[in-house]
Design a protein around this ligand. Structure first.
Ligand SMILES: [Zn+2]
Length: 362
C-alpha cells in the first residue's frame, strides 16, 4: 500500500476527530453525560445510531477512499470497526440491525463481489475469519461490540467481588439485604469506618461558640502535635528542650498548657475574672457558663501558644496580666455576638459581674 493511502486512513479515524464528531452530533444532543459518557434512559435505538452510520458512510465514501487499493480498503474497514469500541460500543450494545447495516456498508465498500451479479464472492462471516482460518481478518462488528462491552463487565465483576467481600459482614450484621433497613451509602460508610472511643475534650474544642482558629489550636494541643521545644530538641532542631515561657521545665504539651508557672498565672487571672475554674470546671455550672469557659480556655491556649512563639523569636515575654487583658478583649466580642437567645436570670447576674452586658441585661 502506498504511504499516502495509509496517511489518509490514519487521518480519517484519528481518535480526536471521532470524539469531536460524536460530541458535536450525538453527545451534546443527548445532553446528559457522566464521566464523558452519554446517559441513556433506555437502550440505544437505531435512531440513536444513525449518526454513527452517517459517520461511517461519509468516511468510507470520502475523498480518496474510493481510490484505495483492496489492501487499503481492508485497512480502512478494520480501522472503522476498531473505532467502534472506542466510544459507544465499549459501553452500549449496538442494536443488531445497526450492526448488520455497518457490515453491509463495509461489504459494499470492499467490492469483493462478483463483477457480473454483484453478489459477494465470499460470505461476510467467512471474510471475518482470521487469515489463518481462510478469511481476511476483518472484525465481526457484533462480536467485537460484545467483546468490548465484556471488558467493562469484567471490570465491574472484579470490583464487585472485592467490594462484596468487604461488605459481607455488614450485610449479615445489619440485614441490609432485607426490605427494612436496606443498604445505604451512609450505613455502609459507617460500618466500614473504624470506630474509636469518644474523646472527653470533644465538646470543649468544637463548641460552636469557640473561635475556629482557637478550636484548631486546641485540637492540636489535645492531640499533642504542636512543635514544642521538647519535640524539636529530640529532632536536633533546638539547642534546648526547656519551656520558652518559664525556661525551667521541659516544654511538653502537658507542661506548657497545664503546669507552666507563666501559663498558670494567665489561667488564674482568667478564672479570677470569671469566678469559675476553667481547666477543671465544676459540675454545678450553668450551660452558658460552661460554654463561656470553653471559649475562654481555647482563647487562652491559642494566645499562650502565640505568645510562646513570639517569645521564642523576640526573646521577650509580656506580663501575664497583659495577656489576660488581651484574652478578655478577644472573647468579649465573641460572647456578645453569640448571646442571641434568652439568658437565664442567674446567668444574667453572672454576666454583669464579669462585665459582659448582653441585650437581656438591664
Ligand atoms: Zn513553662
Amino acid at each position: 500500500m502506498r504511504m499516502k493511502e495509509l496517511a489518509t486512513i490514519n487521518e480519517v479515524w484519528a481518535d480526536d476527530d471521532e470524539y469531536e464528531y460524536l460530541n458535536e452530533h450525538y453527545l451534546v444532543k443527548a445532553n446528559i453525560k457522566y464521566l464523558g459518557i452519554p446517559i441513556q434512559p433506555g437502550r440505544l435505538t437505531k435512531a440513536d445510531c444513525n449518526v454513527l452510520l452517517e459517520k461511517i458512510v461519509s468516511k468510507i465514501r470520502g475523498i480518496g477512499a474510493r481510490k484505495l487499493s483492496y489492501a487499503g480498503r481492508l485497512v480502512l474497514i478494520n480501522s472503522v470497526l476498531n473505532t467502534l469500541h472506542n466510544y459507544w460500543a465499549s459501553i452500549f450494545l449496538i442494536p443488531k440491525g445497526v450492526v448488520k447495516r455497518i457490515e453491509g456498508i463495509c461489504e459494499t465498500f470492499s467490492v469483493w463481489g462478483s463483477i457480473i451479479t454483484g453478489a459477494p464472492l465470499v460470505a461476510w462471516h467467512n471474510v471475518c475469519c482470521s487469515k489463518e482460518e481462510g478469511g481476511l481478518g476483518i472484525k465481526d462488528a457484533g462480536v467485537w461490540n460484545i467483546a468490548s462491552v465484556g471488558k467493562l463487565v469484567n471490570w465491574i465483576y472484579e470490583k464487585a467481588d472485592r467490594v462484596k467481600d468487604l461488605l459481607v459482614g455488614g450485610y449479615q450484621d445489619n440485614c441490609w439485604a432485607g426490605s427494612v433497613g436496606a443498604y445505604t451509602v451512609s450505613a455502609g460508610y459507617h460500618w466500614l469506618q473504624d470506630t474509636h472511643p469518644p474523646v472527653l475534650w470533644y465538646q470543649d474544642v468544637w463548641d460552636p461558640w469557640v473561635v475556629p482558629k482557637h478550636a484548631f489550636v486546641g485540637w492540636l494541643i489535645h492531640r499533642a502535635t504542636l512543635n514544642t521545644r521538647s519535640k524539636l530538641f529530640k529532632l536536633g532542631l533546638s539547642v534546648t528542650a526547656n519551656c520558652v515561657l518559664c525556661e525551667i521545665k521541659e516544654e511538653i504539651h502537658a507542661h506548657l498548657f497545664w503546669e507552666c508557672v507563666y501559663s498558670s498565672q494567665v489561667i488564674a487571672g482568667l478564672e479570677h475574672w470569671l469566678q469559675l475554674k476553667i481547666i477543671t470546671p465544676p459540675g454545678s455550672m450553668s450551660k452558658l457558663q460552661r460554654r463561656i469557659c470553653r471559649v475562654v480556655k481555647m482563647a487562652a491556649w491559642y494566645t499562650l501558644w502565640m505568645q510562646r512563639n513570639t517569645a521564642r523569636i523576640e526573646l521577650t515575654l509580656c506580663r501575664p496580666e497583659n495577656l489576660v487583658h488581651q484574652i478578655q478583649h478577644m472573647v468579649h466580642g465573641r460572647i456578645i455576638g453569640k448571646l442571641k437567645d434568652y439568658v437565664m436570670p442567674r446567668d444574667c447576674t453572672w454576666l454583669s459581674k464579669i462585665n459582659i452586658r448582653c441585650q437581656f441585661c438591664t
